[in-house]
Design a protein around this ligand. Structure first.
Ligand SMILES: O=P(O)(O)OC[C@H]1O[C@H](O[C@H]2O[C@H](CO)[C@@H](O)[C@H](O)[C@H]2O)[C@H](O)[C@@H](O)[C@@H]1O
Length: 265
């Protein structure tokens, strides 16, 4: 089967993956399912990817998941996933399985740390035109995509400096964002959790950002990791942009549907 945007080595890996008994397909959201845009609330899935994910979720022995740095609420709003798609939010700190949400619960010290984080980011953003703060249950995100490069760099530096003495705020760098969280969680933990609950024989994970590297490091032999875009990666495969993920997902749907049809008596 020819598919122009799917490299040959990935196509072969997808053929192998399509044949496993229990398969988990886990996708990062921003930069993988949805192209990167100026404002977080404007991001939307590529329709072809959303369709392929829904089709995969309807196949026997197949689970789908979005594994995102977004809060669950924000992920649900922009991705509008159906109930079958498993959700990991806040880089692993929040979970939704079926209709059941497992929100993050903060103790008193974490609430105090979140307040300090909010003040630090909000004060920096108020002085740095083009930056803004996104709120999450266990963290805050300083967005700099719409700021001039020098303003963005200075804002991130100032925010880091203000939080340097806090051992209870964990900082992560993402695509033109600085994220702070009062809960230590990684996408690797999220992916290992999903592997456990689905009892998957193999899984696919695709990601584009530095924080997705924890996810790639949680993959085993027989799994497929796909890095979207440039940058160092532990993933075994690479594609250029989210449209290639749409193509890869469509290919996986047809391969798995075909094999499923052959298995059905
Ligand atoms: O793990 P992800 O699903 O990829 O989420 C990572 C962060 O994505 C969002 O920010 C990124 O996408 C925005 C919309 O395209 C873009 O404007 C921003 O510059 C990107 O960093 C989201 O807002 C964050 O909360 C997520 O952690």
């Amino acid at each position: 089967m020819a598919s122009t945007g799917v490299p040959e080595d990935l196509r072969i890996a997808l053929e192998r993956l399509a044949a496993v008994e229990r398969l988990l397909v886990a996708l990062d959201f921003d930069g993988v399912v949805a192209p990167i845009v100026e404002r977080a609330e404007q991001a939307r899935p590529l329709p072809e990817t959303a369709t392929a994910v829904a089709e995969l979720a309807g196949l026997a022995g197949t689970w789908t998941a979005y594994v995102s740095g977004r809060s669950l609420a924000s992920l649900v709003e922009v991705a509008t996933p159906d109930a079958r798609t498993l959700l990991i939010g806040s880089h692993g700190a929040e979970v939704r399985l079926g209709g059941e949400e497992h929100p993050v619960v903060l103790d008193h010290d974490q609430q105090e740390a979140l307040h300090a984080l909010h003040i630090a980011f909000a004060e920096v953003a108020s002085q740095a035109p083009g930056t803004w703060v996104e709120e999450k249950p266990a963290g805050r995100v300083l967005h700099t995509r719409q700021a001039d490069a020098e303003v963005a760099e200075a804002a991130v530096g100032a925010a880091r400096e203000r939080l340097a003495s806090r051992r209870d705020v964990f900082l992560k760098t993402g695509k033109q964002v600085l994220e702070g969280s009062v809960v230590h969680a990684t996408k690797g933990e999220g992916i290992s959790f999903l592997r456990q609950v689905t009892e998957a024989d193999a899984l696919l994970f695709a990601g584009d950002d530095v924080t997705d590297e924890d996810g790639f490091l949680a993959l085993d032999d027989g799994d497929v990791g796909i890095k979207v875009g440039d940058g160092e990666t532990a993933a075994g495969f690479r594609v250029a942009d989210p449209r290639n993920i749409a193509e890869a997902m469509a290919l996986l749907v047809s391969l798995r549907a075909e094999l499923g049809a052959q298995r059905t008596p």
